[in-house]
Design a protein around this ligand. Structure first.
Ligand SMILES: Cc1cc2nc3c(=O)[nH]c(=O)nc-3n(C[C@H](O)[C@H](O)[C@H](O)COP(=O)(O)OP(=O)(O)OC[C@H]3O[C@@H](n4cnc5c(N)ncnc54)[C@H](O)[C@@H]3O)c2cc1C
Length: 320
């Protein structure tokens, strides 16, 4: 089984007839078989909500496999996540995955949210532990009446309804993991509990992702592991966030963004180029599906998808 999978991914690489990743150039043929999904923050309060809907409407014509909406572990935006997911489901323009965290919440609160999502027609949940609320001291502590970790949440959701469950994984290790073996064991627990797909934390070291994928396959993990791609526009902020997430930031990125601190336009052009190169390099190594952390910046993701051969269809997109 595992050998079969390795064999297949190797065959994918050679059968594309693409040059090796280090020789990929803009002249390489455009992929024709790329699948994408997009992650959005829930609508901001008041007039800020328009930005969310405009971002979604710009990207839905690219026929994503699904769009996902993040969930504030702290609680502030949870109703907005649910409301936006319900509106999108009503529009029937795209499949919707709602993120759902269990940190700091009782099982009954989490279950109730999942059931409200199901009542709105939702089936796909991105099940996460979440982080301790801002300002809390010491290491993560499960809620006394809550699901302790994402694997417990997945098991609970599976008992609750017929959900498709995606989970998170970390190619360079979650900051609380002791090792990559530990990381793979955590992912296995979530799969044993019922997860059928994983999306990775964002990364810039493409080799680290490929090594992680190979180790996961060797460990018998067969579910799709979809790379999470973050187009970086605010490099300074991304760097400090990456440190907290356990994502390494290669020196070449410092060099690329150096001197652009006050030049947002150039940073956005660089961001588009870096993310599309990253995807094209992954594609050349057999990866066909990408999940974009859009940060509700639709134009960047639209341009990156264009570079990947993902083009709009002509379906109507008005959802709000
Ligand atoms: C694709 C993606 C989407 C995300 N979306 C959101 C979002 O919408 N909202 C949000 O708040 N956060 C989100 N996050 C962040 C996520 O909540 C944090 O990274 C969180 O710290 C870990 O969540 P998890 O589901 O990976 O946790 P888990 O899978 O539970 O694991 C986290 C760590 O806990 C430890 N652990 C796991 N199981 C056990 C056990 N049984 N015993 C002891 N230790 C254990 C391990 O060290 C593991 O690395 C997202 C992350 C990703 C990659």
């Amino acid at each position: 089984m595992i050998q079969d999978l390795l064999h297949r991914s190797l065959r994918n690489v050679t059968s594309r007839g693409l040059p090796p990743p280090d020789q990929m150039s803009i002249a390489s043929p455009l992929p024709q078989d790329v699948n994408v999904s997009f992650e959005f923050f829930p609508p901001a309060l008041g007039s800020g909500a328009g930005h969310f809907w405009a971002s979604v409407e710009r990207l839905i014509p690219l026929a994503p496999k699904f769009v996902s909406i993040t969930y504030g572990a702290g609680g502030t935006s949870q109703d907005r996540t649910l409301d936006a997911a319900a509106s999108l489901l009503r529009s029937k323009l795209t499949d919707v995955a709602m993120h759902l965290t269990c940190a700091g919440a009782s099982k009954s609160h989490v279950d109730d949210t999942a059931l409200r999502f199901a009542d709105a027609g939702g089936k796909h949940i991105l099940a996460l532990r979440g982080d301790p609320p801002k300002g809390s001291q010491g290491p993560y502590q499960p809620h006394s009446e809550g699901y302790a970790y994402a694997a417990d949440l997945v098991a609970g959701l599976k008992k609750l309804g017929d959900f498709d469950i995606t989970v998170a994984t970390y190619p360079e290790g979650h900051p609380e993991s002791n090792s990559i073996e530990d990381e793979i064991d955590t992912l296995k627990r979530k799969i044993d509990a019922g997860a059928s797909q994983a999306i990775t934390q964002f990364f810039f070291d493409t080799d680290a992702f490929m090594r992680f994928l190979e180790r996961a396959r060797k460990a018998g993990i067969a579910i799709p592991i979809v790379p999470g791609i973050l187009p970086v526009t605010d490099f300074k902020r991304t760097r400090s966030f990456a440190i907290k997430c356990g994502t390494s930031v290669p020196k070449w990125m410092d060099d690329l963004f150096e001197g652009l601190e006050d030049d947002e336009t150039s940073r956005r052009l660089v961001a588009t180029s870096v993310a599309s190169e990253q995807c094209r390099s992954l594609y050349a190594q057999g990866i066909e599906t990408f999940h974009f952390y859009t940060l509700n910046q639709a134009d960047l993701c639209f341009a990156i998808c264009h570079m990947l051969g993902v083009r709009p269809d002509n379906n109507p997109t008005k959802v709000s």
